[in-house]
Design a protein around this ligand. Structure first.
Ligand SMILES: [Zn+2]
Length: 315
């Protein structure tokens, strides 16, 4: 008899989507999805759906026009277009490209909350920060994502960073984002590409295990929960930044930052220190795409996260 405490029975995951190119200049995801499409096409010719349609994997290139121009976006950040208000608004001539594309993607992957919606969406990103393979979810109680994180953590080197974060509200109920870095935008680096490729394979393996009835034990996993963002110091009049990330902080993502530690070095050579009272973990340090958002780094609290035991609910 299984104790009912901390046990979750969850429905099978039949529809999984892997999305690349949500930001058109984050090239690992772009080339990985293209490669997976090629493999799928070849496979289809050889053997028709070998697992009897137990799990379908939809491969999506999210922002084709931005990819074509190797830009993060054309009109506006696609990742910010999945709010209810954006998705239901009327499509006009002046509607930004990404907003129109978000509606197409919502029809393809959702619609949000409908019976035909994807059970799991894996959105692939790169970061210029030294974050290794990091995973972001938007809910604390997303058992599937948390178990996938732990599965990946056990199988990848350098993944000591299960990520729980509340940066944005959920796009779908089960969505997670995998930023992998450091990789400059507009560049593909073989080691980063390979890390992402393994991560996606481990994720799909886990879904297969889950669907075939494997029981995943509870326990604890460290997660980082975002506390706040810090902007660059800026000139009051011009709003130009007046300092860069301090050399002692650069590339030290997920290393504890203590009060008084160097944070920025001004362009005149002065060291600016972290004035917060709580030691916190920095990440997204010097992410190039966040200059326009006014974010020099994010700070997180690390805490042990209690996992539920989970297994598949039988219909
Ligand atoms: Zn991105």
């Amino acid at each position: 008899d299984i104790s009912l405490q901390n046990v979750e029975r969850l429905p099978r995951l039949s529809r999984v989507a892997v999305c690349g190119g949500t930001h058109g200049n984050e090239l690992s995801g772009v080339y990985l999805v293209r490669e997976l499409l090629k493999v799928k096409k070849k496979k289809k010719k050889e053997e028709e759906d070998e697992d009897g349609g137990a799990m379908s994997v939809l491969l999506v290139l999210s922002n084709p026009r931005a990819m074509q121009q190797c830009l993060r976006y054309i009109d506006t950040d696609l990742n910010r277009c999945f709010t209810h208000a954006c998705l239901i608004g009327p499509t006009l001539d002046k509607t930004p490209y990404e907003m129109r594309r978000a509606r197409e993607l919502n029809a393809m992957l959702g619609p949000k909350g409908s019976a035909g919606a994807m059970d799991l969406i894996c959105d692939l990103h790169n970061t210029t920060a030294n974050m290794g393979l990091s995973l972001i979810t938007y809910s604390d109680h997303d058992w599937i994502c948390m178990h996938i994180f732990r599965h990946l953590q056990a199988r990848t080197h350098g993944l000591d960073r299960g990520g729980g974060s509340h940066l944005k509200s959920a796009q779908y109920d089960l969505k997670w984002v995998g930023p992998v870095g450091p990789q400059p935008h507009g560049v593909v680096r073989s080691n980063i590409y390979t890390t992402m490729k393994s991560g996606v394979q481990y994720m799909l393996d886990w879904v297969h295990f889950f669907n075939s009835g494997v029981i995943f034990d509870g326990g604890f996993m460290d997660v980082f929960t975002v506390v706040k963002h810090i902007d660059y110091p800026r000139d009051g009049e011009t709003h130009n930044i007046t300092a860069a990330i301090h050399p002692q902080l650069q590339d030290r993502d997920f290393c504890l930052l203590r009060p008084g530690d160097p944070l920025f070095q001004t362009f005149s050579g002065e060291t600016l220190r972290y004035t917060g009272s709580e030691p916190l973990y920095p990440f997204f340090i010097n992410e190039s795409a966040y200059y326009e958002k006014g974010i020099a780094l994010c700070l997180a609290r690390k805490r042990p996260y209690k996992m539920s035991q989970i297994f598949k609910k039988y219909a």
